[in-house]
Design a protein. Sequence first.
Length: 446
Amino acid sequence: MKSKFMKVGKIIAVTAPFLLAACSAPQQAKEVNLTVSGLDPEQFVDTINGKPIALYTLTNENGMEVCITNLGARIVSIMAPDKDGNLQDVVLGFDNVKSYANLDGKTASDFGAAIGRFANRINKGKFTLDGVKYDLVKNDHGNTLHGGPTGWQYQVYDVLEADSSSITLQIVSPDGDNGFPGQVTAKVTYILNDENNLVILYNAVTDKPTVINMTNHSYFNLSGDPNNTILEDSLLIFADKMTPIDNNLIPTGEFRELKPGDPFFFMPERGKPGMKLIGENINADDEQIKFGNGYDHNWVLMTPRAEMRDLPLCCIMMSPKSGIVLVERTSEPGVQVYSGNFLNGFVTGKKGIKYQQRTGICLETQRYPDSPNKGNVKNWTDCVLRPGEEYNSITVFEFHTTDEMLNGPRKHGMRPGGPRPGGPRPGGPRPNGPRPEGAPVPPPAK
């Protein structure tokens, strides 16, 4: 059956049907159909590099809504229910496409974007693959960050198919794009199911050896009000190691074991109830904290047991203000936690709110940073993609409330920790249960 495209918020112009000889009847004001999150879809209609841009919306039976633009395959808004049943927009972003496209020269950002070709930093913008040296375009203090200055977050994706619960977008990145080798065809699929899970599937193929590392760069503020910081929110990270960085934010190639009392330790502590506040140690007297101006580091996720049938847990975040709980699962081996350290109030986001420092947090699932240059480091991740191979990755954002986590399922079948393993899963793969076909386990260590 042909997929239905859903460009939300069609403007209905109501004009007077009759023209008088001397003057026309006054035109009625245009009726604007806003999204649930308050976005005007007309503000996302544009053309860049000859390609049309629009806003697309996904919904489920519980009233959740996710708005996506094909500029950078970005998540623009996520409306999730809070503890009182009210919907809250839990991601930062803009209310028009020009701000995302940096057409005003002021607001370049990665808000909500599907990042590629290589998420995170590559040291000095250089790497060697199969004996060939590649010199990339630099955009971050002499390094290459998130694919370079014209990374995929600033490109227009083609919409392959879309309906009310899912959308698949594709980008063809030419050989030499920002200095990277090989023509890469990459796809990003977003699926919103009736268990309030947003599933993100990544896929890529290449015509010559290259490196690949895709992620999503949404800034979460689970309170629903970006006037609040994320410092009072609680966070669990299922990792017992992190990769230290130098003063240029490049990993040193070492691993730091995490124990209770370490500012980077966000695991449950035996005998200590509750979760750690994000702001508890964010200004600690620790060299790594100072290098990142807070948290801007890669955590090494715990290796799942071979018999584990669930997609591995990555993070759990909770807002005491809204009672919204975000559970993140992924097939990736690492997660970059960035606590919005460089937001500074100069960026005006949705609803005219200026984004101050630490009003959003990114939980970017990934291969480890600078992997193209760490091929000889034991236990570092492999990021090489060759012709005939496929890059596949999956990340799932599950939205719950504190009441559900403590007291059990809602009427639509949710249970603490995810959907029931045996129940139906409308709208896509099952993040809590057998891995979807083609979804990889974390890549093996070298």
